[in-house]
Ligand binder design. Structure first.
Ligand SMILES: [Zn+2]
Ligand SMILES: [Zn+2]
Length: 357
């Protein structure tokens, strides 16, 4: 039987065996047609042996059931006289030739139909044409393979372009820079304890939330089984019979899943304002006075963090440059002092590390 492999995506969820029936065959010598392939190994009109290759499916109206069918595998075709024998035979029932080298009958595979349709009979087979087609030499497949040289040249060109860009961006010139000024800025970031309105699913509402109001809405969906879809398949067993089975797959539909969605208020520390001081106010850096509203009730303030920046203004041959440095380097770079710095040829960005050494 077929493998019990649940990982096979093509395997139906449920299989129901419907029965075993006779294939039909056509006598190529006398023209007798639609002969049952299981019971008639020979043509009843002219006595010619059945050609297993002429077997085909009957129509649903004409099919003949096989009672208590025992599978012995595909027919063994006698190499001496061509008679199809049971799949477990040792010697030909017609001429007695040994069957240990005999080939097995080829099957016509399987067919599927919808449950509300019926199978038509298989096409009569033009065996001469089929054998001719099998013997024809297959034309060699000459797929247009891309030339690997194109890829190599493309890679080299790309490498050269990238290298060129990197070289240009890193190219520098040396210059003498004179300190002509100083800028500084200090900032205190202040949080305020504030009531904040927010939304969340019921199970994610914070424990300290208040003024909570919830309403139901769709949160997700789940797949629920909703009947099954079936088709009928018939499979050539290769021994003059075919098996019919009903193959069914479960059909699913989406079902919405509802939950409470809530809006609520919580009290949180929220970034609120920045207090700044800068070189516009004084030459020497100082922290601005924060003057915060203390406490832990709504409206209270707290310092979050501080930031400071120090910039040395430089002159190189009449052109102005800025260097952001640490505070001690900024203090040591007195006005009029000179530094040997490098400047990007394309980027025109100064290398400020000379000021911090
Ligand atoms: Zn015949
Ligand atoms: Zn034989």
């Amino acid at each position: 039987m077929f493998p019990q492999n649940s990982n096979d995506p093509n395997r139906p969820d449920r299989v129901e065996e419907l029965g075993t029936y006779e294939m039909i065959w056509d006598c190529k010598f006398c023209g007798n047609k639609n002969l049952p392939a299981k019971t008639h190994k020979f043509c009843p009109t002219c006595g010619a042996a059945q050609d297993p290759q002429s077997r085909r499916f009957p129509s649903d109206e004409e099919k003949i059931a096989v009672k208590e069918h025992v599978s012995k595998g595909a027919s063994l075709i006698c190499p001496a006289c061509g008679t199809p024998n049971d799949g477990d035979s040792q010697f030909c029932m017609q001429c007695g030739a040994p069957l240990d080298q005999a080939a097995r009958a080829k099957t016509v595979g399987s067919e599927v139909r919808a449950e509300n349709q019926s199978f038509a009979a298989g096409q009569e087979r033009d065996l001469a044409q089929e054998r001719l087609a099998e013997d024809l030499p297959k034309a060699p497949v000459t797929a247009g393979k891309p030339n690997p040289l194109i890829f190599i040249i493309g890679a080299i060109v790309l490498l050269l372009i990238c290298g060129g860009i990197i070289l240009a961006l890193t190219a520098k010139r040396d210059a003498t820079a004179t300190v002509v000024g100083h800028d500084w800025q200090r900032i205190i970031y202040v949080d305020r304890f504030t009531s904040v309105r927010d939304n969340a699913w019921d199970d994610q509402v914070p424990a300290d939330a208040y003024s909570v109001s919830c309403s139901e809405r769709q949160r997700s969906s789940r797949q629920v089984p909703d009947g099954e879809e079936c088709a009928v398949r018939r499979v050539d067993n290769g021994d003059g019979t075919f098996s019919e089975r009903r193959e069914c797959n479960t059909v699913y539909r989406d079902e919405p899943v509802y939950d409470d969605y809530c809006s609520f208020t919580v009290n949180r520390w929220v970034p609120d304002r920045e207090i700044q001081s800068s070189s516009a106010q004084a030459a020497a850096p100082f922290w601005p006075s924060a003057d915060l509203t203390s406490g832990s009730s709504l409206g209270a303030e707290r310092e979050n963090r501080r930031s400071e920046s120090y910039i040395v203004l430089l002159d190189v041959d009449g052109q102005r440059y800025e260097c952001a440095v640490n505070q001690s380097a900024w203090q040591e770079a007195e006005e009029g002092r000179t530094f040997n710095i490098s400047i990007g040829v394309i980027t025109n960005a100064p290398d400020c590390s000379a000021l911090e050494q």
